[in-house]
Design a protein around this ligand. Structure first.
Ligand code: AMP
Length: 401
């Protein structure tokens, strides 16, 4: 069911409480190392303030203990960066829906921006049902916007109980532009894919992606497997995996998935392996299932890359979650690069191409392909859950279009 978006609000002179995902990576000094999540929320924030609304923003950052303020997890650096990006002052409240938030919200001018402190400083945030905490937030504004795609799979208070409470007060609750775009891409890809529909799944563990593999096997035409998870499938076929990362306790499950995916599940035919987890170790390309003792698989081999690229280039829809190898460590980025190149070509040829968040998003960013695909999701866990076919309560609660 399509949801009402922030475009439908008339924010002039009104306060709008926006749940964003400002959970940005930081270095040891607290400096933000990638501000993509802040930049992705700008269209929604600008849409409110440019039309004379007051934007009150709330987010989590990291994993504080939930026992009050911890400097390490403060949103102060985020508020400062947001001010730079917007080119206007941004105020920071020292609490989340408490006395300071209420006082600062009250004097916020039209077009002003207020950032509340980390929602996870409150133990009621994760629990989701602390009435006083929820009421404090709900009272701050005239409307609610969810633009936190990266958190849509979690029914934490600011994501669910707060919009529920605001709706009970007759206030609108709508999606932001980022959430709207993410849901549209992922839901359309799964619900009405242009075929052939090709899924590319990689990364470390089969166990993290069982539900995704099962769901995608039921709707895709081809599911290409790479990354370390391929070695558990190789074990299931009686292959030799040397000292590769495998999940021995998931071999039975891999055997089941192989049977279920007959004709659709595509496994590597060769492997780039090394005798140490290092770019300068002794390296070999071997047929899949023939990794020698003392060697570990660190990337798909060139013949696999060639075959995968061919399947991807003729796709109508591509979804990709998880790198093909240790892309952070050349030359083991070659398989991921070849796949990224093919995904870019497919995009050029008219395919809809979607990169799941987390490590695959980091890989396409790092390898320079982010602008050459249809959509790079900002949510790792959230995009994975959408690919598993799950619906989000946090989105269901928003007003229908
Ligand atoms: P995930 O979070 O499950 O998507 O896994 C991403 C991580 O898997 C990346 O950091 C990759 O370096 C790592 N990875 C991919 N292939 C391999 C491999 N063959 N051996 C070890 N790690 C791998």
């Amino acid at each position: 069911m399509p949801k009402q978006t922030v475009a439908a609000l008339d924010p002039a002179g009104k306060s709008v409480l926006v749940r964003v995902d400002f959970n940005v990576p930081q270095d040891d000094s607290g400096a933000i190392t990638d501000d993509r999540r802040i930049r992705m929320a700008l269209p929604t924030i600008r849409s409110i303030v440019d039309r004379g609304g007051k934007a009150i923003l709330m987010s989590h950052l990291g994993r504080p203990a939930g026992k009050g303020f911890e400097a390490e997890f403060s949103l102060a650096p985020v508020a400062a960066r947001l001010g730079e990006l917007l080119g206007k002052p941004v105020t920071l409240a020292s609490d989340t829906g408490g006395a300071d938030s209420a006082a600062k919200a009250k004097v916020l001018p039209a077009g002003g921006v207020l950032v509340l402190e980390n929602v996870r400083f409150n133990k009621g945030e994760k629990k989701g049902d602390d009435a006083a905490y929820v009421a404090g937030l709900a009272a701050l504004a005239d409307a609610y916007v969810n633009d936190a795609f990266g958190t849509c799979h979690r029914t934490e208070a600011s994501m669910h109980a707060v919009p529920v409470a605001m709706k009970q007060q007759g206030k609108p609750a709508v999606s932001g532009f980022l959430v709207e775009k993410e849901i549209r891409y992922l839901a359309d890809a799964i619900g009405a894919p242009k075929r052939p529909f090709v899924a590319i799944l990689g990364g470390k563990k089969v166990s993290d992606k069982i539900a995704v593999i099962e769901n995608l096997l039921s709707i895709c035409d081809h599911v290409l497997i790479g990354g370390a998870m391929a070695y558990t499938f190789s074990l299931a076929r009686g292959g030799k995996t040397g000292k590769s990362l495998v999940e021995a306790d998931k071999v039975a499950l891999a055997t089941e998935l192989l049977a279920q995916g007959k004709g659709k599940l595509v496994l590597p035919v060769d492997t780039h392996c090394a005798d140490d987890f290092s770019g300068t170790a002794n390296k070999k390309i071997v047929p899949a299932g023939e990794i020698p003792d003392g060697f570990e698989g660190l990337d798909i081999g060139p013949e696999t890359a060639r075959r995968y690229a061919e399947i991807i280039r003729s796709a109508g829809t591509v979804v990709w979650n998880g790198p093909m190898g240790v892309f952070e460590m050349p030359p083991f980025d070659a398989g991921t690069k070849a796949v990224a190149d093919a995904v870019a070509d497919a995009t050029n040829a008219g395919a809809v191409t979607i990169i799941g968040g987390g490590d695959s998003a980091a890989a396409v960013e790092q390898l320079g392909y982010a602008d050459r695909v249809s959509h790079v999701s900002t949510g790792g866990g959230a995009s994975l859950e959408m690919l598993e076919g799950k619906a989000f309560e946090t989105v269901a609660v928003l007003d229908d279009a």
